[in-house]
Design a protein around this ligand. Structure first.
Ligand code: GLU
Length: 297
């Protein structure tokens, strides 16, 4: 059962997507085929991509290594008990792999925190990175980006009973937590000199610090914060409006312009695929947004 350019009925598509959400398992190599379930994406069989060293390496290894997050509910999440990976980014990653001819059982997901993304791509530890990775000019000097495939903006997460912080204007003197190497921590340091900052490698540690009261707020992309809030609505809330623009790209090795164009084409010519992914993941909260236009550079 496939979706993509084939235009199957909605019921079939949703069944396929639902299966895909439960089809991943294992510690490093997630496999849909072990369970006998069908892949959710049409796996390309006639991939024409010359001049891409990354694709050549993927083909000769017969696997694709994709860096992801695994503590971000709704985006990139690993259920430690079941081994199941879920979320919008995981589905986007699986779609990208399928367009390169790599089925779900050929994907090796690797958890890589924000600060290590550029080095992981530069060192060849991963072939792609799909994990709330904002396209910035500075990063464009270190890695390539296909996309954007999603847009969000920096926001704030506070305790449910907090009434002091209602927007970024209330942060002076407060202790705000974010991930090392992320755009949000940098934005706070550059624009809010009176704000104290705490950093961890991953956002779930910031959320833990918020719950124990050792920080006053967590700041990162609102899409990430909404995922944490939805997991614990009795204790957490997102406040204010997004105050930056974050455009997510698929990270890839810097020099591989052929791969970048190829994945941009996948994103551009995917028909309804993006909408199906959105509806099955982030859109479950009832929100609806459009796929952003790809910005070829
Ligand atoms: N999108 C922002 C960034 O790329 C924050 C989220 C993250 O750290 O992954 O830095």
């Amino acid at each position: 059962m496939f979706f993509g350019k084939k235009g199957l009925g909605v019921a079939a598509i949703l069944t396929a997507a639902a299966l895909s959400m439960t089809a991943c398992g294992g510690d490093t190599a997630d496999s849909g085929s072990d369970s006998g379930e069908s892949p959710a994406f049409e796996v390309a069989t006639d991939v024409s991509l010359t001049g891409s060293p990354t694709f050549d390496a993927i083909k000769s290894a017969d696997k694709i290594r994709i860096g992801v997050k695994e503590d971000q509910p709704g985006l990139g999440f690993l259920d430690a008990a079941t081994g199941e990976r879920t979320g919008f980014d995981i589905q986007i990653a699986t779609w990208m792999a399928a367009s390169l001819g790599m089925a779900q059982d050929k994907i090796e997901f690797k958890a890589i925190p924000s600060a290590n993304r550029e080095s992981a791509l530069a060192n060849g530890d991963v072939d792609l990175y799909v994990g709330t990775y904002s396209i910035t000019d500075k990063r464009k000097g270190l890695v390539g980006f296909a996309g954007p495939y999603f847009e969000t903006g920096q926001g704030l997460l506070v305790s449910k009973d907090n009434s002091d912080i209602t927007s970024e204007k209330d942060l002076d003197g407060k202790n705000v937590c974010s991930a090392t190497g992320s755009t949000p921590i940098q934005y706070i340091k550059e624009n809010f000199p009176a704000v104290k900052t705490t950093e961890f490698d991953i956002y779930s540690k910031c959320v833990d610090a918020l719950k124990t009261g050792s920080v006053d707020a967590v700041t990162t992309d609102q899409a990430i914060l909404l995922g944490f809030a939805s997991q614990d609505p009795d204790n957490l809330k997102v406040v204010g409006e997004p105050f930056t623009v974050e455009k997510y790209g698929v990270g890839l090795p810097l020099a591989d312009t052929e791969l970048r164009s190829f994945l941009n084409t996948t994103l551009t010519e995917g028909g309804d695929t993006w909408n199906k992914i959105y509806d099955e993941t982030l859109g479950k909260s009832g929100t609806k947004v459009e796929q952003p236009a790809v910005e070829q550079y």
